[in-house]
Design a protein around this ligand. Structure first.
Ligand code: FA5
Length: 345
């Protein structure tokens, strides 16, 4: 048996040294050391030997296995290095070839505006909240003082998943979700940027899907003056220091009083031009003082806390900022349009 093992070892070491590639080497490893190899088939014989010969046989067979394995490993390293060398020689790099066209791309204008408004608000101490786009009727309407059958629901028709689930029509349900999280204890100061959906007819200024940024502040002694001051800063930062804002009375079921906010036209300085349709003012958002019912339903005592809220239409701001004449450009993914925007955010 000793001779048989020696013969196998000599043959294996020779074959391994002659291996020309890794696949061949692996086949040899299986032949000499695998489960069906001769060496492996000799193992059970160990049990049949007299006990005084067993240890010597064990040492012998393990020695052969180890030497073959070591040889396989050495050869493997050698072949790997050879293969890499061959690859490098074959794949020489032609440094004279032109490089790939890799121009820095621009951010989407909607992302630029959302980031800009978010940064301004973060600077004023707001925190960013998020809410689901697939929303319940309860948060989107009922908790905002719009019970079922309220006529003002007509103002915001949308896409229903089922009777009680819909694609949110505005970011205002995030007001409710945030109020509930605070368990009736203020202050809170949040914005929520996000996508909203409406069953509106698509035209140059309306889309069935658009972005809003909701703002909500609840604290003691909050007044309309705080709302006006906040929106005034926002308008100046977005459209320039000379901008002024104007409140026009409006109606939202979740704010009382409610206002539409206009900013003095940045193009004509309020004199009247085609952009502001001759009025000197441009509408940018809806806002108001949080309705006491909304505070009450979400667990806040309206005798202790007051709040203001606003909802900005992001596309409308982008339209004004960049002088875009059709909202649909934002969604058609035309690179000729998208590449025109600043590469900076
Ligand atoms: C609202 O959605 C209220 N939730 C805003 C609000 C929040 C009021 C908090 C009070 C307190 P409104 O329906 O007016 O309001 O929409 C707000 C803004 O979204 C509009 O000023 C407009 O800029 C934009 N907007 C509305 N409909 C569309 C549309 N179909 N396409 C693009 N922008 C739209």
């Amino acid at each position: 048996m000793k001779e048989q093992l020696e013969k196998i070892e000599i043959e294996a070491l020779e074959q391994i040294s002659l291996a020309t590639d890794l696949k061949h080497l692996n086949e040899l490893r299986v032949t000499y050391l695998g489960k069906k190899s001769t060496i492996q088939s000799l193992m059970p014989m160990m049990g049949k030997l007299p006990s005084e010969e067993r240890a010597a046989f064990g040492q012998l067979i393990n020695g052969v296995k180890t030497r073959i394995m070591t040889k396989v490993e050495e050869k493997q390293k050698e072949l790997e290095a050879l293969e890499l060398q061959r690859k490098l020689e074959k794949e020489t790099i032609d440094v004279t070839l032109p490089g790939k066209d890799f121009r820095a791309k621009s951010f989407h204008p909607i992302s630029i505006i959302v980031d800009e408004i978010t940064n301004i608000c973060l600077g004023m101490g707001y925190q960013v909240e998020e809410g689901p786009e697939v929303e319940s009727d309860y948060y989107n309407f009922e908790m905002l003082n719009l019970p079922k059958d309220h006529p003002a629901r007509e103002m915001q028709d949308t896409f229903y998943i089922n009777e009680n689930t819909l694609l949110r029509t505005h970011t205002s349900p995030v007001q409710v979700r945030t109020l509930l999280k605070h368990n009736g204890v203020g202050p809170l100061k949040i914005i929520c940027p996000g996508k909203v959906y409406r069953r509106d007819d698509d035209d140059a200024t309306h889309s069935h899907q658009f972005y809003q940024i909701e703002g909500l502040v609840v604290d003691k002694n909050v007044t309309m003056a705080d709302l006006k001051g906040t929106l005034s800063i926002l308008a100046k930062k977005m459209f320039g220091e000379k901008r002024e804002i104007k409140f026009r009375s409006s109606y939202f079921p979740f704010t009382e009083p409610s206002v539409e906010v206009d900013v003095s036209c940045y193009a004509c300085d309020g004199k009247g031009c085609s952009i502001c349709k001759g009025t000197g003012w441009i509408e940018i958002l809806g806002a108001g003082m949080v309705h006491p019912n909304v505070l009450k339903m979400s667990g806040f005592d309206p005798n202790v806390y007051q709040g203001f809220a606003f909802g900005i239409g992001v596309e409308r701001i982008a339209i004004l900022r960049y002088g875009i004449d059709d909202i649909r450009y934002f969604y058609t993914n035309d690179l000729r349009f998208l590449n025109q925007f600043s590469k900076e955010r």
